[in-house]
Design a protein around this ligand. Structure first.
Ligand SMILES: NC(=O)c1ccc[n+]([C@@H]2O[C@H](COP(=O)([O-])OP(=O)(O)OC[C@H]3O[C@@H](n4cnc5c(N)ncnc54)[C@H](OP(=O)(O)O)[C@@H]3O)[C@@H](O)[C@H]2O)c1
Length: 247
């Protein structure tokens, strides 16, 4: 274990922590000493993530199965974090999902789910956990948007709209909290090798042989470096793509 535990004594609440970017971020923070509250719907996947994180540090890990789009469950998540740790230093909103296809063929139930999880859930967790961050005198909020929230994405119109919403919300929140000791970071990942693409059957093929989607650990590493900067400096937006990805 490294002596240089940059997140020792920090408590990180990570949604979407059962897989992909959320899990990679939770593990990276645990490796540097953070205690964790892991949230997503699947208890089994969260327990696996907790098992992977445990050997990294003498930290505490709370598994709290939560549907981020359900207000009562998010209230329980915030209460559990309060009871276990008395506050939160880092909130990472990584829960999200996408469905593709043209608007004309889209399923309104899937559209509603994307808006409810990607945007409303992110808002809800932020709204209900922000008092826990302020109770610590400040901290960090990390919201995972997407490159689909930077440019219009035909074939992903509702997903793209949900991510534009995340970016608008996140920068507004940054301005509201800038003099309250809370840094707010919006992350726009490009194509990342996660379970995200399982809903599409397979991930899009990179243009050339030998090119790969980005490992979620690279996204996590960039976020960790941003969080590790002195509190007086804030990275507010981070776009990270595989080098070959155009937009
Ligand atoms: N992969 C990419 O190329 C890419 C690119 C840009 C942005 N992103 C964004 O990155 C974020 C993480 O996605 P990922 O790529 O890491 O995919 P992933 O591996 O599928 O992870 C998504 C996580 O979100 C959780 N989740 C889904 N619905 C939830 C709900 N209602 N309540 C709580 N948790 C929920 C999932 O767990 P449960 O199913 O157990 O709840 C899972 O832990 C998403 O916001 C996604 O839009 C991904």
């Amino acid at each position: 274990m490294s002596d240089n535990l940059r997140f020792k004594d920090k408590v990180a609440l990570v949604t979407g922590a059962g897989s992909g970017i959320g899990r990679a971020l939770a593990l990276a923070l645990a490796q540097e000493g953070a205690s964790l509250i892991l949230a997503a719907r699947s208890r089994e996947k969260l327990s696996q993530a907790a098992g992977q994180a445990q050997p990294h540090a003498q930290n505490e890990i709370l598994v709290q199965p939560t549907d981020v789009s359900d207000r009562a469950q998010v209230e329980k998540l915030a209460a559990a974090a309060q009871q276990a740790f008395g506050g939160v230093d880092i909130l990472a909103n990584c829960a999200g999902l996408g469905y593709g296809g043209p608007v004309l063929a889209s399923d309104p139930a899937q559209a509603e789910e994307m808006i409810r999880v990607n945007f409303y859930g992110l808002y809800l967790v932020t709204r209900l956990c922000l008092p826990l961050i302020l109770a610590r005198g400040g901290g960090d909020i990390v919201n995972i948007a997407s490159v689909a929230g930077l440019k219009a994405s035909p074939g992903f119109a509702v997903y793209s709209a949900s991510k534009y919403a995340v970016r608008g919300f996140t920068d507004s929140l940054r301005m509201e909290l800038r003099d309250r000791g809370v840094r707010v970071l919006c992350v726009n990942p490009g194509m990342t090798q996660t379970a995200f693409f399982e809903r599409f059957g397979s991930a899009p093929a990179p243009p050339q042989e030998g090119q790969r989607l980005m490992p979620p650990e690279h996204v996590a590493a960039a976020i960790v470096e941003a969080l590790a900067l002195p509190a007086a400096t804030a990275v507010n937006e981070l776009t990270i793509r595989p080098s070959w990805q155009e937009r």
